[in-house]
Design a protein around this ligand. Structure first.
Ligand code: C2E
Ligand code: MG
Ligand code: MG
Ligand code: MG
Length: 279
């Protein structure tokens, strides 16, 4: 009887696994033609100086709108793009699109702000990544100070040699690098300086309940202190309340991003922001 039970359990797992695989294939099928069907777009979430509340940059966030599936959140399609290798062409699409947008803003006479782009570890493991990215920026005549790249702690478990080589090349070109979602992954502190970081983005989970939870405050405090001693600018992600904001200011966090300032915006919406900010 015990055997029956374990067989049941196994077939249950197999069913669950194959369902997950089916879902991935299902998404992947549509994702393959997302670029050629013009289904991708970018939203821009402003990043602010916590002290004077001036806009200092924006993060490019990919959106996928499919006729059958509707709006699919990046948390669902990015992992599929990574597994299928589609992330390489999608990442290039994002970079080109952001470069084009920066040129359009320049032509319209806006003061430019740096735009940060999320880069998957799969892209960084591609030996040609830095070379291809630099070629795109060069062709579009983009000044490197207006593009920043965000990497995640998953780089620690990737092909470090290739990743570090790409980052070195990008840094030499003048691209700033941020560690995104800091504190959620498994990067060893000893490896942090390998990636020649400029900024540390403290993940939303640390900001969420840190006004109430004393331990969390100490954690955020020590992340900020560590970042300072490593000469890194700190960015708090997912700030939603004024309490969180004033606490972060008190702890010396420099930059912030979150719904309290602004949600991710369309091009038209962020242009309104530029105008209001006297840009
Ligand atoms: P991320 O890079 O950590 O981006 C921040 C995410 O937090 C965004 O979700 C943003 O909309 C959300 N967010 C910002 N402020 C708040 C807040 O105050 N409250 C709440 N509840 N959420 C907030 P989004 O746009 O859904 O993106 C999710 C993730 O997908 C990103 O996390 C990033 O890891 C990935 N992603 C997005 N675009 C790209 C891309 O072009 N390439 C790659 N490789 N990954 C991307
Ligand atoms: Mg990010
Ligand atoms: Mg993040
Ligand atoms: Mg995140």
């Amino acid at each position: 009887q015990a055997k029956m039970k374990s067989n049941d359990r196994i077939s249950f797992y197999i069913n669950e696994i194959s369902e997950k695989i089916e879902q991935k294939f299902f998404l992947a099928n549509y994702l393959f033609s997302a670029i050629s069907n013009n289904e991708l777009s970018i939203k821009y979430q402003p990043i602010f100086n916590i002290n004077d509340k001036k806009i200092v940059g924006a993060e490019a966030l990919l959106r996928w709108d499919n006729a059958v599936l509707g709006q699919v959140p990046p948390e669902r399609f990015i992992p599929v793009a990574e597994k299928t290798g589609l992330i390489i062409s999608m990442g290039e699409w994002v970079l080109k699109e952001v470069c084009n947008q920066i040129k359009l803003w320049e032509d319209k006479g806006f003061d430019l702000i740096p735009i940060s782009i999320n880069i998957s570890v799969k892209q960084l493991e591609n030996i040609n990544f830095a070379k291809a990215a630099i070629e795109i920026m060069n062709n579009k005549h983009i000044i490197p100070e207006f593009i920043e790249f965000e990497i995640t702690e998953s780089v620690s478990s990737g092909d470090i040699t290739r990743i570090v080589k790409n980052i070195k090349e990008l840094k030499r070109y003048g691209i700033k690098i941020s560690m995104d979602d800091f504190g959620t992954g498994f990067s060893s502190l000893g490896q942090l300086d390998l990636f020649e970081l400029d900024k540390l983005k403290i993940d939303k989970i640390f900001i969420d309940d840190f006004v109430q939870v004393y331990k969390r405050q100490n954690l955020v405090k020590s992340i900020i202190a560590m970042a300072k001693s490593l000469n890194l600018v700190t960015v708090a992600e997912g700030i939603e309340t004024s309490e969180q904001l004033s606490h972060l200011r008190g702890l010396g966090c420099q930059l912030g991003q979150g719904f309290i300032f602004s949600k991710p915006l369309t091009v038209e919406e962020i242009e309104e922001f530029f105008k209001k900010d006297g840009k």
